[in-house]
Design a protein around this ligand. Structure first.
Ligand code: ADP
Ligand code: MG
Length: 290
């Protein structure tokens, strides 16, 4: 017996490393007409490295790093892992931390050696005269992600992290553009680093400074104007985005259980490059099935 076309397409997709949950996802994929992408871990490798540490006041760079790394001990975020990894690489021992809490799209807080430590995104409304602001700007000007370390309410330093675009990202985006129009980037990172990456990849629509709920609103707005939206994310802080899209695809590498649950499919190989072929496969299968 011959396999029904949608089921056959499901098998082909699986062989290519794009695992979709069932044939209804293929049907939805054949209908999508617009694509939104998360930045960190989706457009980029998701393996950021700490490239600069700027202390403030009487803090030293190593103290800032150790304090931030200690607070990030419970973090699953790629930025948290990078900060921790950098401190360990430098052979710095980490003090114990307690009371860890992660705020999606914002950062983490914890008590480190009796002090309240916050590590996270710079306040977008910070006054130009505030001590951390100039450092943050300098870091972001270079296209890097700036993270502010605050101890007992006072800024202690700024950490700059750099994350490379995925190999083949520009080409993959070209394929998506031909099928689904200009891809839109949605990111919780600041406008400058987002724009620098967008320019490198030839993207015109980059929306920055978004909280997880803002990403959902962006999808809903497109759906309200009649579009069917494909969203891809790395599964960190973007489970709501993946769930709200008509089709949500998660990059397999770092995805946790929550994101796998929220997504309609998993991209296990060449995550960016495999999306356009998957949409084409779904469109072809639907034509044959009819
Ligand atoms: P993206 O949309 O690019 O995937 P996120 O929504 O995960 O980014 O995070 C948005 C911003 O929040 C980051 O650019 C960073 O400034 C801050 N942030 C989030 N989690 C952490 C963390 N664990 N440590 C430091 N900063 C964080
Ligand atoms: Mg992300």
């Amino acid at each position: 017996a011959t396999m029904p076309p949608l089921l056959a397409a499901l098998a082909v997709a699986g062989r290519r490393g794009t695992l979709v949950k069932d044939v209804t996802v293929l049907e939805a994929l054949a209908e999508v007409d617009t694509v939104v992408l998360d930045k960190t871990g989706t457009l980029t490798t998701g393996r950021p490295r700490v490239v600069e540490v700027h202390p403030l006041g009487r803090w030293t760079a190593d103290e800032v790093l150790v304090t931030a790394a200690a607070a990030e001990q419970g973090s699953e975020h790629v930025l948290g892992r990078a900060v921790r990894g950098h401190a360990l690489e430098r052979g710095l021992g980490l003090p114990a931390a307690s009371g860890f809490a992660a705020v999606p799209g914002e950062g983490v807080r914890a008590d480190v050696a009796g002090r309240a430590v916050q590590v996270g995104r710079p306040d977008p409304d910070a006054a130009p005269g505030e001590p951390a602001t100039a450092l943050v700007r300098g870091v972001q000007e270079g296209g890097r992600t700036a993270v502010v370390v605050v101890v007992d309410g006072e800024p202690a330093g700024v950490v700059g992290l750099s994350d490379e675009p995925r190999p083949g990202a520009a080409e993959a985006l070209g394929g998506l553009r031909r099928l689904l129009g200009e891809p839109e980037i949605l990111t919780g990172d600041a406008p400058r680093p987002a724009r620098v990456l967008g320019e490198r990849l030839g993207l015109s629509t980059v929306r920055a400074g978004l909280l997880p709920a803002d990403k959902v609103d962006a999808v809903r707005a497109r759906q309200a104007s009649g579009h069917r939206v494909l969203a891809a994310g790395d599964g960190i802080n973007d489970a709501p985005l993946l769930a709200s899209a008509d089709v949500g695809l998660v990059v397999g590498e770092g995805a946790g259980a929550l994101a796998l649950e929220a997504a309609d499919g998993v991209l296990t190989r060449d995550p960016l490059g495999s999306i356009a072929p998957l949409v084409e496969l779904a469109r072809r299968a639907r034509r044959i099935a009819r």
